[in-house]
Design a protein around this ligand. Structure first.
Ligand SMILES: Cc1ncc(COP(=O)(O)O)c(C=O)c1O
Length: 401
């Protein structure tokens, strides 16, 4: 049953018995103690969606056109992935020309076997934990960060060491991460270094940015730890390790990219893992052969071919962000903004109340209740200038009116 949906019972069918009342076979102990990872994703259409950091204008018209042109035959055959890795590499090269001097080949050219294709970056994260995280291993990460890393660690039976960002400005706790990585103590000492280090850069939800060099140094210093850099929001104002990464020298480094937030394909699911070929191969071993459907493949080709659309959207988000920051500063609203297409603000009223009132005005934002260090804040995704003007007007009216 989908979250929020209704259970379907056929006429005259025996009553549905809740699973908790019958003897069902036990799942693995780690799964028995796990709560399904669920986000409030229902009933969002038609609203101004500033709650999931999605693209707020939709994909390139070329994506829509390509999807409309899909022949019926494509629906009946299993998806084909030929050429998608190459298209992704070409798109990366166009985005990071600084990686090589004009006309010269890149310092560390990527090969197709260094690109893993996934049903969204969520699926890549899940596969990484499935392939590398064993019972008793440690996940080292930061706190607060993207909410899907912890359940993935728990379902593998891993221990989690989450180092808090540094107040007051949520700076990256580099020294603490380095110490936990290189001189593990307590639970990790028996097993050696952490199995996985997850760095969300820029971090969701604090926006914290970390320069590429320290990440590369961490990876080089900890060859037995898989260092995963989640660069989902890098395009909006971030710092990618890709232009500098040499996966031959640091084969324990993996970078994650998605077409969800920039290119507007969140509903179709398309994510990429970039790394050393043997690592990408191992992560790919725990996925199904056709996990990405052919509509996503068609859309990805079209989106990658229209980088100008994505660039224009990213530029608009940056303009809107500057404008909103000016308003927040002028109005004296406590806020925090760094990288990514989102910011945190702390309303004077209870955040849930503001969230509810904004929802009544047709605007969705995300309360950060329960998240360490940022309790009492709302995370607001940045859309276009017009959308942020609408948000700001509504926010002023629900918090002062
Ligand atoms: C940091 C981070 N990583 C990964 C994801 C998931 O990305 P995708 O939609 O490609 O699965 C999200 C989505 O919110 C995210 O914020």
């Amino acid at each position: 049953m989908r979250a929020g949906g209704a259970a379907y019972a056929a006429p005259n069918a025996p009553p549905v018995v809740p699973a908790s009342c019958v003897n069902v076979p036990d799942a693995r102990p780690e799964v028995e103690s796990l709560q399904a990872y669920s986000a409030p994703l229902e009933g969002r259409r038609g609203m101004l969606r500033l709650d999931f950091n999605e693209n707020t204008v939709g994909p390139s018209p070329q994506v829509v056109e390509a999807l409309r042109a899909i022949p019926a035959e494509q629906i009946a055959v299993y998806p084909e992935y030929d050429g998608l890795r190459e298209a992704f590499i070409a798109n990366l090269l166009a985005q990071h020309p600084g990686q090589h001097s004009a006309g010269a080949p890149p310092a560390h050219p990527l090969q197709p076997e260094q690109i893993g294709l996934f049903n969204g970056v969520d699926a890549a994260i899940h596969a990484i934990f499935h392939a590398y995280g064993d019972r008793g291993d440690t996940l080292l990460t930061t706190s607060p960060t993207f909410g899907y890393y912890s359940p993935c660690a728990r379902m593998q039976g891993m221990a989690i060491e989450a180092i808090p960002y540094r107040l007051p400005d949520f700076a990256f706790p580099l020294e603490e991460i380095r110490a936990a990585l290189l001189e593990p103590v307590g639970t990790t000492s028996a097993q050696g270094p952490p199995r996985l280090l997850l760095i969300c850069n820029p971090n969701n939800p604090t926006g914290t940015r970390l320069a590429p060099q320290p990440i590369l140094e961490l990876a080089a210093a900890a060859p037995h730890t898989l260092v995963v850099v989640d660069e989902l929001y890098e395009a909006f104002s971030g710092d990618s390790v890709l232009p500098l990464a040499d996966f031959a020298a640091t084969p324990n480094l993996v970078v994650l990219r998605s077409l969800a937030k920039t290119a507007g394909l969140a509903g179709l699911r398309m994510g990429f893992a970039i790394g050393a070929a043997p690592v990408i191969d191992r992560i790919g071993r725990v996925t199904g052969p056709y996990d990405i459907n052919s509509f996503a493949v068609t859309a990805a080709h079209a989106a990658l071919a229209d980088q100008a659309f994505t660039d224009a959207y990213v530029a608009e988000v940056k303009r809107a962000r500057r404008w909103l920051l000016e308003q927040l500063q002028a109005a004296g609203v406590r806020h925090h903004a760094a990288g990514g297409n989102y910011l945190l603000l702390w309303p004077d009223l209870p955040p849930e109340q503001v969230e509810d009132r904004l929802r009544q005005a047709g605007i969705l934002v995300r309360s950060m209740a329960g998240k360490p260090l940022i309790e009492g804040s709302l995370r607001v995704s940045i859309g276009t200038c017009a959308q942020m003007e609408r948000f700001w007007q509504a926010y002023r009216s629900v918090t002062t009116g």
